[in-house]
Design a protein around this ligand. Structure first.
Ligand SMILES: [Zn+2]
Ligand SMILES: [Zn+2]
Length: 345
């Protein structure tokens, strides 16, 4: 089969290759025919050597597909089932973090497309215990963006506890920022503000409008800090969702969140150190939640919200391309000309 492979450490080193079809080697595994795989900002970070990864491996961790073969001990799944899969391959199950219910943060984890072969290919093989059923009324394309949606739900609702009636600010209008916006909307936040760069993210700010942001601040036009303070009567927002990973922007979030408010940090910087106004955070009594990966419960919530029509994420899919156009997808995302790109192997 053809696969997009990151074949070595360093910048670039990605190519479309002919590789052997994967085979089930353990009794608890399933073989999945990939129907759609979504391009992720992390793939760009891996391309640029600014993210942990274990080459050589096939890229791709946001995918959906259909089961075409099951291992001997697999009981709950059968050939023909439509599925999405969590990515936490290798989590040990016995360490403190796994035992306390958060195997997605286990140090031993080696995710699809990062630590083991992923889904930029016709087939992917992995453990059945990571699967979730994809309802008939959810397309494979939308299925491919359940993974980032689950990350946002884990971060915003489960970790930073965004609640109905609260004010929220989303910093960064990329795919994660826009999914965060949709989740804030469905959770009943009373005021949803999005901050982003107009010149670089024209399409993205327009999508934020479509998704129902109450206020969009274009930082090319306006300093967001006085504006946020103005619309929140001098307080700042209850919950600030930082998805930009931008070292110049992150220090400013301390000024836009209210005293005793929460900062939900999802966006990664790609390896840069950031200086933050630490004492300001202390004197305001802020909570800074660093968020990573996704919980089992968040996957179930994401699928249910999508299936019930409460989260309409198909709006975020701006491009559908064949696997062979993977480099075009890299270019589009790098130049911020796309939101979610789905590749069809
Ligand atoms: Zn991702
Ligand atoms: Zn563990």
């Amino acid at each position: 089969m053809k696969a997009v492979v990151k074949y070595g450490k360093g910048k670039g080193m990605v190519e479309l290759r002919e590789v052997p079809d994967p085979k089930i080697t353990k009794d608890d595994e399933v073989l999945i025919e990939v129907k759609a795989v979504s391009f992720c900002g992390s793939d760009l970070h891996i391309y640029h050597d600014a993210h942990p990864y274990w080459p050589p491996m096939i890229l791709g961790h946001e995918f959906s597909g259909v089961i075409v073969e099951v291992g001997k001990s697999v009981k709950d799944w059968k050939v023909g089932d439509r599925v999405v899969s969590e990515t936490r391959i290798g989590s040990c199950g016995v360490c403190y973090v796994c035992q306390s219910g958060f195997p997605q943060v286990c140090e031993q984890k080696r995710p699809y497309g990062i630590g083991v072969n992923g889904a930029y290919a016709k087939y992917v093989v992995g453990p059945a215990r990571l699967l979730h059923s994809l309802p008939e009324n959810v397309t494979y394309e939308v299925g491919a963006i359940v993974e980032p949606t689950a990350i946002c739900i884990t971060s915003i609702l489960e970790r930073s506890n965004l609640q109905a009636g609260e004010t929220t600010l989303i910093v960064g209008p990329g795919p994660i920022g826009l999914i965060s916006l949709a989740i804030a909307k469905v959770s009943g936040a009373s005021l949803i503000i999005l901050v982003g760069r107009g010149k670089k993210g024209g399409l993205r700010l327009q999508k934020a409008q479509e998704l129902g942001a109450d206020l969009i601040i274009d930082t090319d036009q306006e300093d967001p800090v006085p504006k946020i303070l103005h619309v929140t009567k001098g307080l700042g927002v209850d919950c600030l969702i930082e998805t930009s990973g931008n070292p110049e922007v992150i220090p400013k979030v301390f000024e836009m969140v209210r005293r005793l408010g929460r900062i939900c940090a999802i966006g990664i910087t790609g390896g840069q150190d950031i200086s933050i106004p630490y004492d300001r955070g202390i004197f305001k009594g802020l909570r800074l939640d660093f968020c990573f990966s996704s919980s089992w419960t968040a996957w179930e919530k994401a699928i249910t919200l999508i299936s019930k029509g409460l989260l309409t994420l198909e709006k975020l899919i701006t491009h559908r391309l064949p696997l062979e156009a993977w480099d075009e997808a890299f270019r589009l995302l790098e130049n911020r000309q796309a939101i979610k790109i789905v590749l069809i192997p």
